[in-house]
Design a protein. Sequence first.
Length: 526
Amino acid sequence: MSTSSYNQYFPGYEILGELGRSNARVLKARNQITGELVAIKHFSLQTDAVTLQRFQRESEIMTSIGHPNIVKVKEVHLDATMPYIVMELIEGGDLRKLLKTSEHNHLDVATTVRLGLQMAEAFRVIHEKGIIHRDIKPENIMYRELPSGELHFLLTDFGIAKLREHPVTVTGQSVMTYEYASPEQFDNLQGVEAATDYYSLGVVLYECLSGKVPFELVEGGMRTFVNRVVEMPPPPLILPNERLLPESMRALVLSLLEKDAAKRLHDADDLIVELNQANIEQLRARKQKRQPTATFSTEPALPVSPTPPTYVDLTENNPYRTSDEPPKAKNDTWKIGLLILAILFAVYFGVQYYQNRAGGKTVAGSESNLPETLAPSDSAVTDEPESEDIGVNDTVSEPTVAESDSTTTTASTTDSVFSDNQIFTTAERLPEFPGGQEALYEWLSKNIRYPEEAMRANVSGRVSTSFVVNIDGSIQDIEILKGLGFGIDQEAIRLIEAMPRWKPGTQSGRSVRVRYNLPMNFRLEE
């Protein structure tokens, strides 16, 4: 049937051509009123009741979801002579087309990671709604190219999706794609849960990296094929031309292809963490080509004043800088370091003089606190641009009342005047992350998610954070004293909120609440 003869079945749309066929035909069309290009998916006039029911379920699911990684359904017309739905048109095509046009039918690691991250977000949405797609494969993953040249992936075709509210669903079995089906889809169809989508995604990632699926269905060998899927481990994942594959990526794909659904990776957050780790490993290994990376560093922290200093956003620290190379450290860094040390000494001896005059008393524990406070920052020798260091105070503030109505106190407070609710700006022993600074750096590196918005804008720099470590080691009152935007500030807050309990600070042998400063350097490196 020619495309022109279809117009009578889809009023208001001009049919421009055919995009593809599977269990339904997909047409490219133009809205005759708005001029918008759309995709129309329809069944033939001989549509059976079961197929129509599956088609209706697909439309109901997709119209209830609005997400950038899921193809949007605009209209549903199931009572028409030729039942159809109108969908968002994705001009790029599907992942199968992308693989066929790529060298050796595979994608590079960075693009594969990007695909996995976006499918994880789509899975998060559908699985929270109790929806299992059950047919994840390259033909059901669409893509479009962004102005930046990056690829944007979208999940589509929920025609065999199974709602948990309807456990007796068997129609999906006949239309599932065997080479992407999970072991439980062959031997326990009624027990299929969200983990089956993760297995199928594992097959897709395996194919994107190697150019072939782990188990191929040879004509006439269905029984052998099923036995291999259910019982045999997948073949080693090897990239074409012996290209480098991060070990963390290899381990991730194997965890997705786990035979036992209960042991299989099946959580969106876990998948995102593992993909980011693989991305970091791969980018660090490739030193000759610069790509965005989610690397992260921190500096030794100092306690801060209740009133943070005012900052001026200098041009060299502007996140909109377009240079591909980070600015070099100033040649007068040593002068600034000496100035900071001089200020610290002046503040310290000023406090001593004031206290001696007021009551002839010395700050308890000051001898042990001075070296820690004056320890030089690692940032003095980094390539990061200079900025004011949080925690270096020009003056020592008198005790004030924090937002939580708790008294903020310096280390000179004695046992007779401080309570459990008081917040110290310095103490004999500062709070400590479990395992110390090295453990803190390692924890941050494993848990960071560099925001995609910041990666696209090439934004990097320092975020100055502040928070209170309570007597029990918990964290509260998180503040961004100096941020960067582009999602980096929110990521810094998320990291702090997710931290395990710290070892609390102590004063005069007692655990006390301490306000702690943690500067973080987010940077894009080669």
